[in-house]
Design a protein around this ligand. Structure first.
Ligand SMILES: NC(=O)c1ccc[n+]([C@@H]2O[C@H](COP(=O)([O-])OP(=O)(O)OC[C@H]3O[C@@H](n4cnc5c(N)ncnc54)[C@H](OP(=O)(O)O)[C@@H]3O)[C@@H](O)[C@H]2O)c1
Length: 258
């Protein structure tokens, strides 16, 4: 049996991927720390969509957790041919004020776990000449965002790695690309200490991101910008100076209350 592995599946965009892909008949392995939320979602999807759903409760900030996720998948009678790296977190505020432990956590989840899981599952996909990896990055990865410097840097990492692998994997039957949403209405901001009522751009819904990602897969995109605003922001960068790009990114994110 083929499985789709989704990290960050307990809520937000990851849970929306789980619902959409289950509706398309994918059997799922769901990863996050919130075991109760994963259990509820798994039950819902088994009942309503009739697919197999396994849960794997892991803290992806632990360096060994990607290997445990890989081992868990090997104990199932099947293979993972579709991976959605969606787990991620942010922390709003000036870089000098981020607690060191939080800095580590953000880098471990957003970069290390994503890269390790990709590295672990990729060889099997290449061997079978079949696979898909969708990395949920952010439009914030297109430039440094004042107030979200570390977060934006981790998302740049994700975008850069994804585009290099997109090219490396051409002709090998495996697709990989990064999805770069703007602001999406989830609990992400609250968890980051970022007051979302300050945001100076509209937020989209989780389903917009998922639909755009799956359309991007069909169209073989290297990066996906889900909304028209995301596309305009990404492409208008070419027309203005780097200083302006960075200043505007900080203005739109409006991390500080003043
Ligand atoms: N919301 C936005 O505006 C936005 C915009 C662009 C990109 N994104 C990206 O989209 C992805 C999903 O964000 P979201 O908006 O859906 O946020 P969310 O609602 O906060 O969901 C984040 C998910 O990541 C999981 N996660 C966080 N830390 C983890 C850890 N240490 N170990 C395992 N899982 C962990 C959470 O599960 P547990 O807490 O249960 O572990 C949760 O399932 C992130 O990569 C984010 O950077 C979001």
């Amino acid at each position: 049996m083929m499985f789709t592995l989704i990290t960050g599946a307990s809520m937000g965009i990851g849970a929306a991927f789980a619902r959409e892909l289950a509706g398309r008949g994918h059997h799922l392995v769901l990863v996050a720390r919130s075991g109760d939320k994963l259990k509820d979602l798994a039950q819902e999807l088994r009942k309503e969509k009739g697919v197999e759903v396994e849960i794997c409760v892991e803290d992806l900030s632990d360096a060994d957790s990607p290997a445990r996720v890989y081992e868990f998948c090997h104990t199932l009678h099947g293979t993972v041919d579709f991976l959605v790296n969606c787990a991620g977190l942010s922390h709003a505020g000036d870089f000098e004020e981020i607690p060191l432990s939080r800095l580590e956590e953000i880098m471990m989840v957003n970069m290390m776990a994503m890269a390790r899981l990709t590295r672990l599952f990729l060889p099997d996909m290449v061997e079978r000449k079949k696979g898909t990896i969708i990395n949920i990055a952010s439009i914030g990865g297109l430039q440094g965002v004042p107030g979200l410097g570390l977060y934006s840097a981790t998302k740049s990492f994700e975008m850069t790695l994804s585009e290099a692998l997109y090219e490396e994997l051409k002709g090998k039957g495996v697709k990989i690309f990064a999805v770069c949403p703007g602001f999406v209405d989830t609990g992400f901001f609250e968890r980051a200490g970022h007051n979302k009522t300050n945001l100076r751009l509209p937020m989209s819904g989780v389903d917009v991101v998922v639909k755009a990602a799956l359309k991007g897969l069909e169209k073989n995109r290297i990066w996906v910008f889900p909304t028209l605003i995301d596309k305009v922001l990404a492409f208008s960068q070419r027309a203005v100076s780097r200083k302006t790009v960075v200043r505007l990114a900080g203005f739109f994110a409006a991390v500080k209350d003043d």
